[in-house]
Ligand binder design. Structure first.
Ligand code: DHB
Length: 502
């Protein structure tokens, strides 16, 4: 464990750069570029036990590389750094990951800063102490890259917030560019980067997938000395994405407006109704179409969500139970009709089943600026701002206008912008989207509309809602790793037993 194969990365001479370029890597043309050259000899070799989804523990030996900064001019390298883990052997059998897909697993939560600078190995445990999806991917023979990123709370000595929007997505794009710049030096296939993230990290992963190579980010990337190359990713895995933030308050009231708060209190009915009406208008303006439903509106969205995502989720859950366990569940949940192997129920009964909503109204652009999202859209020395006209005008009067920079900043943070307003041909074409049916951190429509739009664009989309699961759930991590193999055509280390728990 922890054998040091090489110390700190040596300073690179021009001979090394030339050699790297000759190996097929991007030529390092400037001093700034030189600092971005990955050193393939700077790793520690480690062996860990990784428990797969069937409960078998595998001995995995891997090379662990710490990259001190993935940009030439970091604002704060503690966040703008990344770690690379490359499998060498699994249970004693050699693994060649030199051309394997790369899982780019961000660890962003709450739009907070995330750092991997002090990590001494792959982050092997995931939610609830289980095996992380990164570790499963490593054991499957894939390269795992864990990037840090700036987040909304970071503030410098002058009181300037330097991790608010769009810093985190700019950093993740810079990490992608770093990998591609180092093609031929960094292990793995830089044209098969699969992004992953959960919640705010899921939102950023979706955004990374949707916005690949968009020129809108270029000034921000130039400012931090990001490599001058493509930041497109091949595939995007997004768990409970907290995204489409400027429409999220309205969507929330459409979805959870009738549900009480956990305290038993009900939200302000006037606010809820006003936001709900905004969602009707927004959805109508989107003109999203879904096969069999035509244009989605608030007249058919509940039925569409039920039939496309939520009832199939219940069906999968119930079908996987023993007859006895299913009978017990159905007896305790009489709102579900189980017939011919399928679960059906009404939207209203489903909402009652979910119970308390997690957030007050407005859920994201809170009147008192107390939410993570108001901070996310802070700027300069201003910690938090309103980013919707509704909340701004509620507080500042009917003639108030959003700060001039906000419309563009919102676009930089919203995958839907890159899929609807400006359809991005360089987006990822393979998508894995997951959400728990009891997750009221955002509207259940958010992931559904993302998936629906991508499907409409002809992309390959694997969407599933996890029945009765809450925020942050990942009930089929083995399936995701298998999916990486399917979409990239790279089988990985061996065929693995999948889990079908969703
Ligand atoms: C996260 C959760 C939220 O409810 C939110 O508004 C933003 C981020 C999170 O878990 O990352």
């Amino acid at each position: 464990m922890g054998l040091t194969a090489a110390g700190a990365a040596p300073a690179l001479g021009s001979a090394q750069e030339a050699a790297a370029a000759a190996r097929g890597g991007a030529a390092a043309g400037s001093a700034a570029d030189a600092s971005l050259v990955f050193d393939p000899t700077a790793y520690t070799e480690q062996t860990i036990g990784i428990k797969d989804t069937s409960g078998t523990t595998h001995s995995v030996t891997y090379r662990f590389f710490k990259v001190a900064a993935y940009v030439a001019e970091p604002v704060n390298a503690a966040y703008q750094s990344l770690n690379v883990s490359v499998p060498v052997s699994v249970d004693g059998a050699a693994v060649d990951a030199s051309d394997a897909p790369i899982l780019l697993a961000n660890a962003v939560g709450g739009y907070l800063p995330s750092s991997v600078a002090n990590a001494t190995g792959i982050s092997a445990s995931g939610m609830g102490g289980g095996t992380s999806r990164q570790a499963l991917a490593l054991a499957a023979g894939y390269v795992v890259v864990e990037p840090g990123a700036r987040g909304r709370t970071l503030v410098d000595a002058n009181g300037v917030f330097y991790g608010t929007a769009p810093a985190a997505i700019v950093d993740l794009k810079a990490a992608v560019r770093y990998l591609r710049f180092n093609k031929g030096r960094v292990p793995g296939d830089v044209e098969r980067i699969v992004s992953s993230g959960v919640s705010a990290g899921g939102a950023l992963s979706a955004l990374l997938g949707a916005s690949g190579d968009s020129p809108l980010y270029d000034p921000y990337l130039a400012e931090i000395g990001a490599a001058d190359t493509s930041d497109a990713v091949f595939a995007s895995g997004d768990w409970c994405p907290i995204t489409d933030l400027e429409h999220a308050d309205a969507a929330y009231e459409w979805c959870w407006g009738a549900n009480p708060l956990a305290s038993g209190a009900t939200v302000d009915a006037t606010v809820s109704a006003a936001l709900r009406a905004r969602f009707t208008d927004h959805l109508a303006a989107l003109k999203l179409r879904a096969r069999g439903y035509g244009t989605l509106t608030t007249r058919n969205l509940d039925t569409y969500l039920l039939e496309t995502f939520i009832q199939p989720s219940a069906t999968r859950y119930l079908a996987a139970l023993t007859d006895t366990a299913r009978d017990t569940y159905l007896a305790a949940h009489p709102f579900i009709t189980w017939s011919a192997g399928r679960a059906t129920f009404t939207w209203a009964d489903f909402l009652t089943h979910v119970g308390a909503r997690k957030k007050n109204a407005p859920s994201f652009d809170a009147f008192d600026l107390s939410t993570p999202e108001c901070n996310l859209f802070g700027t300069g020395t201003t910690r938090a701002r309103h980013f919707t006209l509704y909340s701004l005008r509620h507080e500042a009067g009917d003639s108030a206008r959003l700060d001039a920079d906000l419309p563009a900043t919102l676009h930089l943070m919203n995958p839907m912008y890159h899929l609807v307003d400006k359809v991005n041909p360089h987006r990822a074409k393979h998508w894995w989207i997951r959400l728990g049916t009891k997750d009221s951190d955002t509207s259940l429509s958010v992931a559904a509309l993302l998936a629906t739009r991508l499907t409409g664009l002809g992309d390959h989309v694997d969407t599933a809602y996890y029945w009765d699961a809450g925020h942050g759930a990942d009930l089929d991590p083995g399936d995701f790793v298998s999916w990486i193999g399917e979409v990239t055509g790279h089988p990985g280390h061996r065929s693995r037993p999948g889990s079908r728990g969703r």
